[in-house]
Write a protein that binds this ligand. Structure first.
Ligand SMILES: [Cu+2]
Length: 275
């Protein structure tokens, strides 16, 4: 049974204008983070949490949907999460050799054969492509947020701050999101409590009551990446982001991937029109 018409777990955000983007010296201008511009939005609903394994399972059980990773037979898993036997000999992209192409990795087996979702029902679903996310939304009577909606939501009512809670990464020494601590990609001290995904309700929410808008998993947005319609926008950063190479857990940060790509640190949340 689909959840059409249901806004359980969603937050209604008032429409209005906000300053989107950043000229932050710590940002990546080449990603198109700037310039800062005023954007006006109608009010909309957005999920308080990324879509969890439990929610995605309901969709698959109801529809028999087969994800892109299952159709292709493999997905990208972070090397440090794999047993040696799967890591050895796995193909790795030259530009990001910490990713292993693992046969049989998909949302129900996030680290490939032998892995499962025990203890992770409330973690964000991963290894879902943009197409998979859109299919879920259609079933749920929702849609992906636009990039502007996503950033407006992530900012939580704050104006031109770096993170959903302010400008400081760890206020009073406290971790506020699930990213990488230590030396990427070989040593993860997991000071924030997590080496991989965290529950979708981990860490305090932002000013709009939204959880994990920074870190944990990247989230698909509805938009095409600039003029390149063969790629889609992703926002929010993930448990692998680290200052040393990718501080894209800032609210203005963005990246992209092709709509059939799947990977172990990329999920989504839903939005819907208000009224
Ligand atoms: Cu990153």
């Amino acid at each position: 049974m689909s959840q059409d018409g249901d806004t359980v777990g969603m937050v209604l955000l008032p429409g209005g204008s906000f300053l989107m983007g950043t000229d932050d010296a710590e940002g990546f201008p080449e990603d198109g983070e700037g310039p800062v511009r005023e954007v006006t939005l109608a009010s909309f609903w957005i999920d308080a949490f990324a879509v969890s394994n439990e929610r995605f399972a309901r969709f698959v059980d109801d529809t028999g949907y087969v994800t892109d990773a299952e159709r292709f037979g493999w997905s990208y898993v972070f090397a440090g999460l794999l047993p040696a036997a799967l890591r050895r000999g796995a193909p790795r992209p030259d530009e990001a050799p910490w990713w292993c192409g693992v046969e049989g990795a998909y949302w129900r087996a996030p680290e490939g054969p032998g892995s499962g979702l025990d203890g992770r029902a409330d973690h964000p679903v991963v290894h879902v492509s943009w197409h998979d996310a859109v299919a879920y939304c259609r079933w749920a009577g929702t849609r992906l947020p636009t990039e502007a909606e996503w950033e407006y939501a992530a900012r939580g009512g704050l104006v031109q701050r770096r993170y959903p809670w302010g400008d400081e990464l760890t206020p009073d020494g406290e971790h506020r999101c699930n990213i990488w601590q230590g030396r990427f990609p070989t040593r993860n001290t997991a000071e924030d409590g997590y080496r991989s995904t965290a529950p979708v309700d981990a860490f305090p929410p932002n000013g709009f009551g939204l959880y994990n808008m920074a870190g944990n998993v990247w989230e698909w947005c509805a938009d095409a990446w600039r003029a390149d319609h063969s790629a889609k926008v992703m926002r929010g950063g993930s448990y692998l982001c680290h200052e040393s190479y990718c501080n894209r857990y800032r609210v203005a940060a963005r990246t992209s991937n092709t709509p059939d790509s799947t990977v172990g640190n990329l999920g989504f949340r839903c939005a819907r029109d208000a009224g």
